[in-house]
Design a protein around this ligand. Structure first.
Ligand code: URA
Length: 243
């Protein structure tokens, strides 16, 4: 049971003060009866709430996929930088947070939700959720690096990294420097993990983009900085993968 004003604000109808005005104006009916008290308690599972002519649907959880741009921090609030939550500029609940972190200069798939249980499980090392990245790195990456990543890399932590898959895509020269495009799949989420793994092998990551998290792939139609809600199929698959 939650307060009627919170219920309405959570559905994105407006800020808490705006929905209080709507309630005062007697525009809200709960189970067919007009309610003008913001403090009225609503059962989110059973009660039918109508605003004017429209039924107000309450979803306890929300799930978004963001194609994170570089220059934005993976936090809820920040004194200095724009955050990934600032980008989700739809009427939204105040309890959204990013599932894990991408570095400020990393782009790509970031899931944003208010579902703490799902987030914890997706991030837990016990669930080994695969995260696939595209990484452009300096130098000519040899097959021996793929072997090393498979074995586990000493990046200065207590333990070697868990086995990671590295696919070497293309090596080329750009303005006199050699680069290699790669795809890498890791199952952990250590601080700067991919950058540190490549550094341990003598390569510097110059561009990093997440393409996949578990069963969810970055929607290619999303430009950097764009987002959309996850489909029901995507959220179902996320739930399946953390069982
Ligand atoms: N590894 C990194 O080094 N940075 C990221 O943002 C994600 C994985």
């Amino acid at each position: 049971m939650i307060r009627l004003d919170k219920y309405l604000a959570d559905t994105g109808l407006g800020t808490r003060s705006k929905v209080k005005q709507i309630i005062k104006k007697k525009m809200i009916k709960v189970n067919g009866v007009t309610v003008s008290d913001s403090d009225f308690k609503v059962d989110t599972e059973k009660d039918i709430v109508i605003c004017g002519e429209k039924t107000v649907k309450y979803n306890k959880y929300e799930y978004f996929m963001l194609n994170k741009p570089a220059g934005v921090v993976s936090a809820v609030t920040d004194n200095k930088d724009k955050t990934v939550i600032d980008i989700i500029n739809v009427p939204k609940r105040r309890d959204l947070f990013p599932v894990g972190r991408l570095d400020k200069d990393t782009e790509g798939l970031l899931i944003i939700t208010n579902d703490g249980m799902l987030a914890n499980r997706l991030l837990s090392p016990n669930h080994h959720v695969k995260k696939r990245y595209f990484a452009k790195v300096t130098g000519n990456v040899l097959g021996s690096v793929a072997e090393l990543f498979k074995e586990g890399v000493d990046i200065g932590d207590d333990k070697l990294t868990a086995p990671a898959e590295l696919e070497i895509l293309n090596t080329y020269d750009e303005n006199g420097t050699t680069y290699t495009d790669t795809e890498i799949v890791i199952t952990e989420g250590r601080y700067h993990q991919i950058k540190r793994m490549f550094l341990a092998a003598g390569h510097e990551v110059v561009y990093l983009k997440r393409l996949q998290m578990g069963p969810v792939f970055l929607d290619e139609s999303l430009k950097t900085g764009e987002f959309r809600t996850l489909t029901e199929e995507e959220t179902d698959k996320l739930y399946q993968c953390i069982k």
